[in-house]
Design a protein around this ligand. Structure first.
Ligand code: 5GP
Length: 185
């Protein structure tokens, strides 16, 4: 196993992880995003095979049975998983970036101790709630569920190799790129 080829990034909904990942991938072309399989429906603007591979529950359960996932978990009533074969393919081309929640991250670590686990934290839970509200498209009930989930995820952050606070997206992306460079280059 070569060190630094597998980077797992977690962070609560609303923390700005997608934007940070976008900046990182633009700056470093050998970063390859691991496209997860999910049973959730695509959101507006999301693309099949780019953001996720969208599959039915039956299909996902079949993949579990055939042991096709490095890790998988259910989250908000949907399944999400990292297909092993595809991950191996992208690791042959560069550094794999996995965007998975904490339970998945710990499954990856158990199977691949060479993985680097990075947690993207909001400046505070209050700030995260403010960001979730400012989106304007999230119901009070959804905000409550996401904040509970975020508090649990923050609690898990102590088990990560690194915690990077997203005060400002460019700075956060650069900090993560520095960690990756130290491991891989
Ligand atoms: P969303 O539905 O907002 O895209 O993602 C919800 C959560 O699922 C996020 O915390 C994201 O990191 C996580 N997630 C995405 N893909 C995977 C995966 O393959 N495995 C696991 N365990 N979690 C994932």
């Amino acid at each position: 196993m070569s060190k630094g080829k597998l980077v797992v990034i977690s962070g609560a909904s609303g923390v700005g992880k997608g934007t940070v990942l976008g900046i990182m991938m633009n700056k470093r072309k050998d970063l390859k995003f691991s496209v997860s399989a999910t049973t959730r429906a695509p959101r507006p603007g999301e693309r099949e095979g780019v953001d996720y591979t969208y599959v039915s529950k039956e299909c996902f359960l079949g993949m579990i049975e055939r042991d096709e996932f490095l890790e998988y978990d259910s989250h908000m009533s949907n399944f999400y998983g990292t297909p092993t074969k595809q991950l191996e393919e992208i690791m042959a081309q560069g550094i794999a970036i996995l965007d998975v929640e904490p339970k998945g991250a710990f499954q990856v670590r158990a199977k691949r101790p060479d993985a680097t686990l990075i947690f993207v934290a909001p400046p505070s839970l209050e700030e995260l709630e403010r960001r979730l509200r400012s989106r304007g498209d999230t119901s009070e009930e959804q905000i409550r569920i996401r904040m509970e989930r975020a508090a649990w995820e923050m609690e898990q952050s102590k088990h990560y190799d690194y915690i990077v606070t997203n005060d400002q997206v460019e700075t956060c992306a650069d900090k993560i790129l520095k960690i990756i460079a130290e491991k891989a280059d």
